[in-house]
Design a protein around this ligand. Structure first.
Ligand code: ADP
Ligand code: NA
Length: 290
């Protein structure tokens, strides 16, 4: 049984480097085109495994070369719960500008078919930490949250969406960036605690803030780095957070330490291009943190 179970998406990323992200109606020329493995779920599963946790991935792939590319990239992750479905593997078009900012469009395809099978439900029920995002059907996220009722359910509410109390009622820890936080609870970050018992809001180059009901907020600064590509920074953060919580505990003190480690890992990931290729290994994270 894996300590961390990630229930989420897997995509082939088509990355287009541009000077400037096009405005509506505008056409721009990219300086190249690369094809690589990604998707929030896949990125987070790899980040968790590289950070040292036994990690299983519940996902849906097509029977195509995109699916094969992802299986290869997910080395080190238990893929016995990955479903092959009758749809193409999900695809993301990622436009990255000269400052490393990105704009992303996702075709969910196979990800839209992901269901929580009885085997996946059992793995979720037995995990220490269950981690999910919103690139898969809401019903599947909800089913995972319910199945994780005796464990610790971490929801990375990305991409941004308004969420029901029915789902948030099962969330132990919400992880969001500022845009996603606003979609869940408005511009006042403390309002997140009206909806979930604890939340981590990532703040890009400003690091992250931890909000816990009945406690003071804790700010964790980012590491200062040269930004190359922020793709998968949030995913690295979530995967490393889950792996570190699984190795320690979910007490306030261990949560703070896990957020520190996740922040270092995410800062390292923005120094390297791509999604999965930019996810650091535990040794690199801990060398930087020391
Ligand atoms: P997302 O990529 O999901 O929008 P953020 O931009 O908040 O999320 O980034 C997630 C984490 O990645 C941050 O908490 C931080 O640790 C790291 N990070 C992102 N951008 C930078 C940056 N410019 N410098 C250093 N760390 C960064
Ligand atoms: Na990111």
């Amino acid at each position: 049984m894996a300590d961390v179970v990630v229930v989420g998406s897997a995509n082939v990323d088509l990355v287009l480097p541009v000077q400037r992200i096009p405005r509506p109606g505008e056409t721009v020329l990219a300086s190249g085109l690369t094809r690589g493995p990604g998707g929030k779920g896949a990125n987070q599963a790899v980040a968790s495994a590289r950070a040292g946790a036994s990690t299983a991935f519940v996902a849906a792939l097509g029977a195509d070369d995109g699916g094969a590319l992802l299986r290869e990239a997910l080395a080190g992750v238990d893929l016995s719960l990955v479903q092959t479905v009758d749809a193409p593997t999900g695809t993301a078009i990622i436009t990255v500008d000269a400052d490393g900012e990105n704009a992303i469009t996702v075709a969910p395809s196979a990800n839209a078919r992901l269901e929580l099978t009885p085997e996946a439900r059992a793995a979720v029920a037995g995990a220490k930490i269950v981690l999910s995002q919103l690139e898969i059907p809401f019903g599947t996220v909800q089913a995972a949250a319910l199945a994780a009722a005796n464990g610790y359910f971490v929801l990375n509410a990305a991409p941004a969406a308004a969420l029901s109390d029915e789902l948030l009622g099962h969330v132990d820890l919400l992880v969001v960036n500022e845009t996603e936080a606003e979609a869940v609870a408005g511009t006042k970050l403390s309002a997140l605690l009206d909806r979930v018992p604890a939340a981590v809001v990532t703040l890009g180059a400003d690091g992250a803030v931890i909000l816990t009901r009945g406690a003071d907020e804790v700010r964790v600064p980012a590491v200062r780095v040269e930004v190359v590509d922020t793709t998968a920074a949030g995913d690295t953060f979530c995967g490393v957070l889950a792996a570190t919580l699984a190795a320690t505990s979910t007490t306030a003190r261990d949560l703070t330490n896990a957020v520190r480690r996740a922040t270092v890992a995410a800062s390292l990931s923005v120094q390297t291009a791509g999604a999965i290729p930019s996810v650091p290994h535990g040794e690199a994270i801990d060398a930087r943190a020391a």
